[in-house]
Design a protein around this ligand. Sequence first.
Ligand code: UFG
Length: 375
Amino acid sequence: MISNESGANGPAFFCLKILLMRGRVFDGNHNACHESWQNMAWNKGGCMSDHMTVLVTGGAGYIGSHMVLALLDAGHQPVILDDFSTGHETLVPNGVPVFRGNVADPALVAEICNSYDIDAVAHFAASIVVPESVTDPLKYYLNNTASTTRFIAACVQAGIKRFVFSSTAAVYGNQDSNPIAEDASTQPENPYGTSKLMSETILCDCARATGISYVILRYFNVAGADPKGRAGQLSEPATHLIKVAVEAAVGKRASMQVYGTDYPTPDGTCIRDYIHVSDLIGAHMAALAHLQAGGESMLANCGYGHGASVRDVLDVVAAQAGKKLAISDAPRRAGDAAILVADSTKLRTALGWTPQYDDLQKIVSDALAWERANS
Ligand code: UFG
């Protein structure tokens, strides 16, 4: 797609569209990002042949909002679809078009695709809390599997050609050995992992039948915040380890628990491969470039290839916060695998991904900085 200042995707026409869209769209309010987006996308005085318009579902959420920033930084145009069940308007950069609604609404997806020349979709919107999926599996099969199926159907109908899908390491469950490569068996320990694995299968089948090309990214443990402080995690109530720990560090919660101290690991707590959210988004940008260049459909793990235990993470948080955290030991949490560490060779070789923040200290310091600024 080619766009320029006077074309149908130029800023004036774009703002007009925002005003005209039946109350479903609002203008975000992040001035700094608005400036950077306009400078990057349209003020360079001409055509950008590699410019893409990307529909970002869940673009007002934790990871999706980082994707929106990366697209703006690279001169692309994000269009957000979010139902704001866990998304936040404060995470939406000023001027980015937002459609408020559900990915399972085919009329809304059609409206978006009629309004914008969508080159690719990045589908983040999902329910993502492992223990919740054990107690409320239907929420996960409905919000993740069923809604994603409807969304894929709407994308097929709209002629979308490229699809980047957020999947999870939870599809692997407990493995005999780590790091885990993509060809490992899939044996989810929880309905969250199963809901995503089913979505993967549906996407692969539909892609084969329709000619959509896709990249499926299986996330390991995403954490941290935008190093420039523009986005971070705002989930309430927080459940993910690093988010919970930095909340404890800034006094937002009095105490926290370690779930399970009898796992077959050196210190008895679970081991995870924590990946900085900006590196994860780097993988998405590489995936988009791959698809835009006509690359084949593929699946890749997103992690660094080494893990940290729950106690390792808590030690780093406490050291950086300069205080002792009030931590108590608790029984195992349902659905937790003991060790999940990625073999990310494929991401590095096939997509040329080079992480910039492979450092637990950096992940924690960015998470802590975001928490301090936003609590
Ligand atoms: N944990 C605690 N205390 C807490 C929170 C978490 O001890 O307050 C422990 C968990 O029991 C687990 C580890 O920290 O052992 C990591 O738990 P998270 O909730 O941070 O993350 P999960 O591993 O459950 O899940 C995350 C993503 C999934 C992804 C998975 C893959 O949410 O999408 O990582 O590794 F599938």
